[in-house]
Design a protein around this ligand. Structure first.
Ligand code: GAL
Length: 382
């Protein structure tokens, strides 16, 4: 299977936007190895929009921008591979990419073969400039099949922002991850809005967008902004997030089992955020081999609360506090299928602090700081 657990990597868009080039890609690959990200499990270096010239070449193929990529894309792919990493690129299902460059509508099989010839291992496939009369599902199916037809293993990262209730069908057309949100930016409000949209499905408010999240295909809530601190393409210098806000973001992505595509400049990220992005306990929860979807425990959008079953009979509890002031969170064990007369206690460890909290029965209560979160690894004890 191409993706057994949520994909992990780095994508150029959040920090670099259109300012990508081969030097950026190669330095990110170096940083991935030298700064410990590869050892932590991150694998993909993905170049987003803006890698090509404005028009296709005479042979119909998209042409890499020679100023940005003087040695061509295969050269970059080979370098990334030489570091033991995988290489990702970008195209779009419409007639032009979001930045107005050549896109794959009507060229799916040609472009898929071009990406395979470059040595691409991952294709992000966007949804801008999509013809009114065209069919979204068919367009994504066509590219998924075109990638398969190349015979190369290429992870298909479908990015139609959740349009046409994509969480219901992206798994069936062969996607390996699917964006079900609009674009994130580097603010706490943007991140919180994304979380709320995922936990409260707009079509069926009692559902979440995670029911199809499982090995083989994962719900994607966009690239992380952890560590950007107001710098880069999707940031606004006037608004800087705090470390605690980044911790909440990363903890949510991990606890919910979402792909982890870093968006900061991993060459320069501060030590605190680098350690967060490489936190072994949070990553182990993200990569749990059972890959189960989360189960929402509360209807309060400002205090997203859920559990997620893990392997080895364990489970994780998550709660965040999106509003000002401290929140006192109660967990009532019957909500988690653990009635008062069950004869068990629940042993809990605070994943972020590493503190062993002891064994609880019936209920437990914790303080969650403003814009902070709580991640508890839980197991049954008799
Ligand atoms: C958006 C997409 C972003 C980024 C951008 C590039 O549609 O959601 O993640 O890829 O296009 O233009």
């Amino acid at each position: 299977m191409l993706v057994q657990t949520p994909p992990m990597g780095w994508n150029s868009w959040n920090t670099f936007g259109d300012r990508i080039n081969e030097k950026v890609a190669m330095e990110m690959a170096d940083a991935m190895v030298e700064l410990g990200y590869k050892d932590a499990g991150y694998q993909y270096i993905v170049l987003d929009d803006c890698w090509s010239l404005p028009e296709r070449g005479e042979d119909g193929r998209i042409v890499a921008n020679p100023e940005k990529f003087p040695h061509g894309m295969k050269y970059v792919a080979d370098y990334v591979h030489s570091k033991g990493l995988k290489f990702g690129m970008y195209s779009c299902s419409g007639v032009r990419t979001c930045c107005g460059l050549p896109s794959s509508f009507g060229h799916e099989y040609l472009d898929a073969q071009m990406f395979a010839d470059f040595g691409v291992d991952f294709l992000k496939y966007d949804y801008c400039n999509f013809p009114e009369t065209a069919k979204c599902r068919l367009a994504y199916l066509t590219m998924a099949q075109a990638l398969r037809a190349t015979g190369r293993d290429i992870l298909f990262s479908a990015c139609n922002w959740g349009c046409e209730d994509s969480w219901e069908w992206m798994r069936s057309i062969g996607a390996h991850m699917y964006r079900s949100t609009g674009d994130i930016n580097d603010t706490f409000q943007s991140m919180a809005g994304i979380v709320q949209s995922q936990l409260f499905n707009h079509v069926s408010p009692s559902e979440t967008n995670y029911n199809a999240n499982a090995a083989g295909c994962f719900n994607d809530t966009d690239m992380l902004t952890v560590g950007m601190y107001g710098n880069g393409n999707v940031a606004n210098n006037a608004v800087k997030q705090t470390y605690r806000e980044y911790e909440t973001q990363f903890a949510y992505w991990c606890a919910s089992g979402t792909p982890l595509m870093m968006g900061c400049d991993i060459r320069n990220v501060d030590d605190e955020c680098r350690k967060l992005l490489q936190n072994k306990e949070l990553l182990a929860i993200n990569q749990d081999p059972e890959c189960r979807p989360l189960l929402r425990l509360c209807n309060d959008k400002n205090h997203p609360t859920f559990m997620r079953e893990l392997s080895n009979n364990e489970f994780v509890l998550f709660c965040a506090n999106f509003i000002d002031g401290t929140r006192h969170t109660h967990f009532y064990f019957p909500d988690m299928g653990i009635p008062t007369n069950c004869g068990c206690k629940i042993d809990m460890t605070n994943v972020i602090t590493g503190e062993h909290l002891g064994a609880f029965a019936d209920t437990c209560q914790f303080e969650v700081p403003e814009h902070g979160c709580l991640v508890l690894r839980c197991k049954f004890v008799k």
